[in-house]
Design a protein around this ligand. Sequence first.
Ligand code: ADE
Length: 226
Amino acid sequence: MRIDIISIFPDMFTGPFSHSIIKRAIDKGLVEIHLHDLRDYTTDKHRSVDDYAFGGGAGMVMSIEPIARCIDKLKAERDYNEIVFLTPDGELLNQGLSNELSIKGNLMMLCGHYKGVDERLRELYISREISIGDYVLSGGELGAAVLVDSIVRLIPGVLGDETSALSDSFQNNLLSPPVYTRPREFKGLKVPDILLSGHQARIDNWKLEKAIERTRSRRPDLLDEN
Ligand code: ADE
C-alpha cells in the first residue's frame, strides 16, 4: 500500500510513523508513506496557503490552488483508490471503514486547517471525508495519523500473529474481553480459573461471553447495529 499525506505540518507525522507497528510495516515494505508539504505548492513569496472567507466571518479558508496543484501532480503519477479529506463533518471512522481502506492500493489524505478548505475543492477532488470523532482538532494531522495507524495494522503481514487483528475490539462489533498475564494473583485479585484450565473450547466460550457482557454494559449501541 502507498499513502500520500498532504499537510502544512508534515513534521507532525515523524513521531507516530517512526515507532512500533507502523515503523515495522514501513521497514518490511508493506506500506510506503509519502509526506507532502503543501507550502511547496504555493507560488507567492509568503508561501501562503489560506485566504479570507467570501461572505465574511471569523477564520481563514484554505486556498484551492496549492492543494489542487499537489493533488494533480500526484494523480498524474498514479491512480488513487480514495482521496480522503480529514474533517470533523466527515463520516465517522470505525473499524469497518478501516478494514475497507486496508485493502486498497493507493490512498491520499488531505489534512485541513483553519475554517476548512474551499468547498469546490471538496466537490472536485475528494472522494471520502472522514472524521475521527465528534470533537474539533486543531488540524487534520492527528486525524490522519489515527486513520493511518488503524489501517496499517490491518494490512496482511503487518501484525506478527495474523489472528491478533481479528481478535481486536470492534472486529465483530464486540469489545475485547479482559486479558491477564502473570502473576496469577495480585493484591488479592486472581486470574479467573478458567483461563488456567487448559480447556481451549471452554476458554474461547468464556472470552466470547465476557466480550458480549462488556459490550452490553459499555457500548450497547454496537449490539443494536446487528
Ligand atoms: N480535523 C479537525 N477535527 C477533526 C476530526 N474530528 N476528525 C478528523 N479531522 C479533523
